[in-house]
Design a protein around this ligand. Structure first.
Ligand code: 25A
Ligand code: L14
Length: 341
């Protein structure tokens, strides 16, 4: 493409959409125009962008004429309906919802891990689940070196993943409880303030939640290896920004904790923070607002021959959503793949 792309941000008023606009601003992303889109109730909302202001327009079936790239984060049903309409109009879609991730016609991409999968895109590219993305950065260098056989993961997920209404719910519940008032749970099935909820997304027939099964299935697709076994427990915790994960990884070949530190330290997008003697390890309050995924508490699992434990923390709205989406778009542009074949 000879001119810079016209870029639509669909779901621009949401938690992820707003972060996308911030990141486009920060990174000098090449564009000739940026069009924030949302539902009818947000028409006319002004969003500051560089030294100007963008005005939100309604997302409709006719929105994509002349648009080259659409970044979607407006929920699964909106993506399901509008992503094919956009692609048909010749607009490449990078979609943040769960709608297209497991579709065989849609690459599911973490740019540091499987950029080659962009080669076969047909107009819709899926952004993985936030918890999956940060786990991929930890697993990929280990898998390449020693083959990952099985992973046991437990997550500690921030409320911002659910959107801005959930952020307000945690804030309001904390405020009410601190002043002795009863709380109302609206977004989540139970009080989230000062609590942990072992449910993210809906329950499936096998007793796991949909969020847990996303981690299982998306891992195999991104790594291009159906033999990697993942078992997950996903927990919501009263944190605003930043997901944490405890990983127990079993490998084919033996790796020492030092081997793993060295492999992770040279992997793009990863910062190793592992200095127990200084009480220094990753925490969500420090990862919030950062681009990297932080990994610490790296140690050998002494109960099996080839096992490693670690603690992985990342900003779920940035690397887990908005940043990864924009990195996919940047990779498409750099490799001249920003067109619907
Ligand atoms: O289905 P999924 O994939 O599981 O996604 C579910 C939710 O998770 C978030 C996202 O919430 C989504 O709705 N999400 C999705 N992927 C995510 C990811 N990878 C993710 N979160 C983290 N990681 P959100 O709040 O961040 O963003 C919602 C945005 O979507 C816009 N939208 C919704 N339906 C749309 C649509 N845009 C176009 N067409 C549609 N049909 C939504 O814009 C928002 O930008 P909006 O205009 O509908 O509403 C924003 C403004 O309106 C107020 N408001 C919200 N709900 C109501 C409301 N006002 C009145 N009544 C309401 N029910 C808000 O205050 C806001 O100002
Ligand atoms: O992108 O934290 O599949 O409630 C949907 C649920 C993102 C996180 C997705 C949450 C997730 C979201």
């Amino acid at each position: 493409m000879s001119r810079n792309p016209v870029v639509a941000v669909c779901g621009a008023t949401g938690a992820v959409g707003r972060e996308m606009l911030k990141i486009l601003e920060e990174r000098d992303f090449p564009y000739s125009e940026i069009i924030p889109m949302a539902s009818a109730r947000s028409i006319g909302i002004k969003i500051p962008f560089k030294d100007t202001e963008l005005s939100v327009v309604e997302l409709t079936e006719d929105s994509f004429d002349g648009v080259d790239l659409a970044l979607f984060s407006a929920g699964g049903s909106t993506s399901e309906k509008f992503a094919p309409i956009a692609a048909k109009a010749g607009c490449v879609v990078v979609d943040n919802s769960s709608a297209w991730r497991m579709d065989d016609n849609c690459p599911l991409v973490v740019p540091e891990v499987n950029p080659h999968d962009l080669d076969w895109h047909k107009g819709i590219i899926a952004n993985p689940n936030c918890s999956t993305i940060q786990m991929m950065l930890a697993l990929k260098p280990i898998h390449d070196e020693a083959r990952v056989k099985r992973v046991v993961v437990s997550t500690y997920q921030a409320v911002s993943g659910t959107g801005h209404k959930a952020i307000e719910e945690l804030e309001n519940q904390v405020r009410r409880l601190m002043s002795g008032q009863p709380v109302v749970a609206d977004v989540y099935p139970h009080q989230i303030a000062f609590n942990c909820l072992p449910q993210i997304d809906v329950f499936m027939e096998n007793g796991y939640t949909k969020e847990e099964m996303k981690m299982v299935n998306e891992t195999m697709k991104i790594m291009g290896d159906k033999s990697i076994k993942v078992t997950a427990t996903c927990v919501r915790v009263p944190v605003f920004y930043g997901h944490s994960e405890s990983l127990n990884i079993e490998t084919e070949e033996k790796l020492t904790a030092d081997d793993v530190r060295a492999l992770l330290a040279k992997f793009p997008g990863v910062t190793v923070e592992d200095y127990p003697e200084k009480k220094s390890y990753p925490m969500p309050i420090n990862a919030a607002g950062e681009n990297d995924t932080f990994i610490g508490r790296i140690r050998e699992d002494e109960t099996i021959a080839n096992g490693i434990n670690m603690w992985v923390v990342s900003d779920n709205i940035r690397k887990g959503a908005a940043l990864n989406t924009i990195q996919i778009a940047e990779t498409l542009i750099a490799r001249d793949l920003l067109r619907v074949p």
